[in-house]
Design a protein around this ligand. Structure first.
Ligand code: GLN
Length: 273
């Protein structure tokens, strides 16, 4: 009986020891040093606490036909969004990897864990928030109307009864479909295709984001952008739903980039006032 008691006590002691060891394992980074706790400005240090899709990398899904936010230059994707993502990745101690895909696939790529972030001049919309979360906004977007120089369309209200080209599944597509119905819309895979159709007289107007519109109009003779914009919207970074660790980190870094002026200088580098 006495032996049994000793055995039980012995087993208990071993169990307690194991429990302590297990406890210690789950707590590898003791935060006795108050400077080690995540406070503002902590993003300057590489953050090992956030898991990304590929170790050591921050994978950005985009559609690289959207100048000056993302476009090809000498076989490389460059632009405002790429530089912002690059700054975010650097502050996280990660290497940025850019994945070019259809605009329509970006949300699915983030949702399914193929990419960490979607950065594509993407407008925050309620229906997108069902599938992804968005960071704080980093830029203001405008939907504008492109017409032929001699067009009788003078304001967005004149689009009634016209054929309007849009890039499929973008906000321009949603607004025109909502406002004028499916029959008013011609959908194209790329904004450039819509602009080409306009210059060939196949459609009456194109509704698209202002900065790419400027660049398309600059390279296509005979077109102009109407002065009155169609809408004003917020661009933000899409993040997998519920990944608050990554979202908080990105928001903290965006705040740093705003506060120290580097966000504005990235924008100014590509958009001349
Ligand atoms: N801002 C528009 C949207 O979010 C278009 C973005 C794009 O074509 N890259 O739908």
């Amino acid at each position: 009986m006495k032996h049994l008691k000793q055995l039980v006590l012995g087993v208990l002691a071993v169990c307690m020891l194991l429990a302590l060891v297990a406890c210690g394992n789950g707590n590898e980074t003791p935060s006795a040093d108050p400077s080690a706790t995540p406070t503002e400005g902590a993003s300057a240090n590489p953050s090992t606490d956030i898991k990304t899709v590929q170790e050591g990398k921050l994978v950005m899904a985009t559609n690289a036909y959207f100048p000056p936010y993302e476009y090809y230059e000498g076989g490389k994707v460059v632009g405002i969004d790429v530089e912002i993502a690059q700054a975010v990745a650097e502050k996280m101690g990660l290497t940025l990897e850019v994945e070019d895909m259809e605009f329509n696939s970006i949300i699915a790529a983030v949702q399914s864990g193929k990419a960490d972030i979607g950065v594509a001049g993407m407008t925050v919309r309620e229906d997108r928030l069902v599938n992804v979360d968005f960071s704080d906004s980093y830029a203001t977007g405008y939907q504008v109307v492109i017409v032929k120089e001699d067009s009788n369309i003078a304001t967005p209200d004149d689009l009634e009864g016209k054929k309007v080209g849009v890039q499929e599944a973008t906000t321009g597509d949603f607004y025109i479909t909502d406002d004028y119905g499916d029959e008013a819309v011609e959908r194209y895979n790329k904004g450039t295709e819509a602009v080409l159709a306009l210059s060939q007289g196949k459609i009456d107007a194109v509704v698209i984001d202002r900065e790419p519109a400027k660049s398309f109009v600059a390279s296509t003779p005979g077109l102009k952008i109407l002065e009155t914009e169609y809408t004003v919207e917020d661009y933000a970074i899409a993040i997998s739903k519920g990944n608050t660790a990554l979202k908080d980190k990105i928001n903290a870094i965006l705040k740093e980039l705003k506060d120290d002026g580097s966000l504005q200088s990235i924008i100014d580098k590509y958009i001349k006032a």
